[in-house]
Design a binder for this molecule. Structure first.
Ligand SMILES: NC(=O)c1ccc[n+]([C@@H]2O[C@H](COP(=O)([O-])OP(=O)(O)OC[C@H]3O[C@@H](n4cnc5c(N)ncnc54)[C@H](OP(=O)(O)O)[C@@H]3O)[C@@H](O)[C@H]2O)c1
Length: 280
């Protein structure tokens, strides 16, 4: 299987490149800007991949509120570029989306057929990307995930949430972390492994993939501090107190039942993956 990975310098992109090894064409933004339709078309013509895995994103949830064009360019228009080019060369497209396509009004895990109702610009731009994949109707896998963390984190977000928490705690500062948003943290290397398994099994349609379990940002921060053995005072605050520019869903846990049906087992609990990342 010849794979082309876009966004190869991101959290998921790096994990995919490591997983797939040197046989994959893993291209960072400097090698392929996915918003450039002609460049995307030329890259697919020259590489002729069997599968195109899009690990790019405009990921700044708050930033998207003030720069929606940039968010839609990467999260929607670029997905159309990739979907059309993949269809033209006969490649399968694997696109990654987010729990933030849901509004968070539910109190049971979201299944693939639940109706997306994004409540912020990032979520709307990602939903638009999903609709591009659906509209082109080529063979495609749409994988939704949540709370991605991994070594080095996301450059656009200034590193991973876990690293930022540990760094701030080591300065002795009191931390204030939101405790009223529930989601499933997902370890980038586990997500990459799951994605590759789904590709090997030729899965198509939408599949939700996260590590097992759920928590709030406060609980994730506490777990990281405990596992890394860093003492800190952590105040739990509400989303309203944080007053971030973008609203977030208060509940965005994704059901992994379809993933488990397709592959035989769900991913391990998020805390186990976090312990691995922190060397425990
Ligand atoms: N992070 C999360 O918590 C989270 C949650 C739910 C879903 N997801 C989804 O999971 C996927 C992977 O996210 P991630 O955490 O790995 O993101 P990430 O670490 O921020 O990586 C995104 C990558 O996209 C690249 N990129 C941005 N614009 C580009 C462009 N125009 N052309 C080419 N590359 C471009 C970035 O390159 P530069 O480094 O050069 O900017 C970066 O390498 C995304 O679809 C995201 O929406 C993430």
């Amino acid at each position: 299987m010849k794979a082309l990975v876009t966004g190869a310098s991101g959290q998921l992109g790096r994990a995919l490149a490591a997983r797939l090894g040197p046989s994959a064409h893993a291209l960072a933004r400097a090698q392929l800007d996915v918003t450039d339709a002609a460049a995307v078309s030329a890259a697919l013509d020259s590489i002729r991949p069997d599968v195109v895995i899009n690990a790019t994103a405009y990921n700044k949830v708050d930033g998207a509120e003030s720069e929606p064009e940039a968010a839609f360019a990467v999260n929607a228009t670029a997905v159309l570029n990739l979907a059309l080019a993949a269809q033209r060369v006969g490649a399968r497209l694997v696109h990654v989306s987010t729990d933030y396509v849901f509004d968070g009004a539910q109190s049971r895990p979201y299944v693939e057929d639940d109706v997306p109702r994004p409540i912020n610009t990032y979520g709307r731009s990602k939903r638009a990307g999903e609709m591009m994949v659906e509209a082109v109707r080529g063979p495609a896998l749409l994988l939704r995930t949540s709370g991605v963390f991994g070594p080095g984190g996301s450059r656009a977000k200034g590193g991973s949430f876990v690293d930022r928490i540990l760094e701030r705690a080591r300065t002795g500062a009191t931390l204030r972390v939101v405790d009223d948003q529930r989601f499933a943290p997902t370890f980038a290397p586990d997500l990459a492994a799951a994605l590759v398994t789904l590709v090997e099994r030729k899965a198509t349609g939408t599949v939700h993939v996260t590590n097992a379990g759920a928590c709030s940002w406060y609980e994730l921060a506490r777990a990281a501090l405990e596992l890394a053995d860093v003492p800190a005072t952590v105040d739990r605050i509400s989303s309203a107190e944080l007053a971030a520019p973008a609203r977030r869903p208060l509940y965005s846990v994704l059901s992994n039942a379809r993933f488990a049906d397709l592959t035989g087992a769900p991913l391990r609990p998020w805390r186990e993956a976090l312990a691995e990342m922190l060397g425990r």
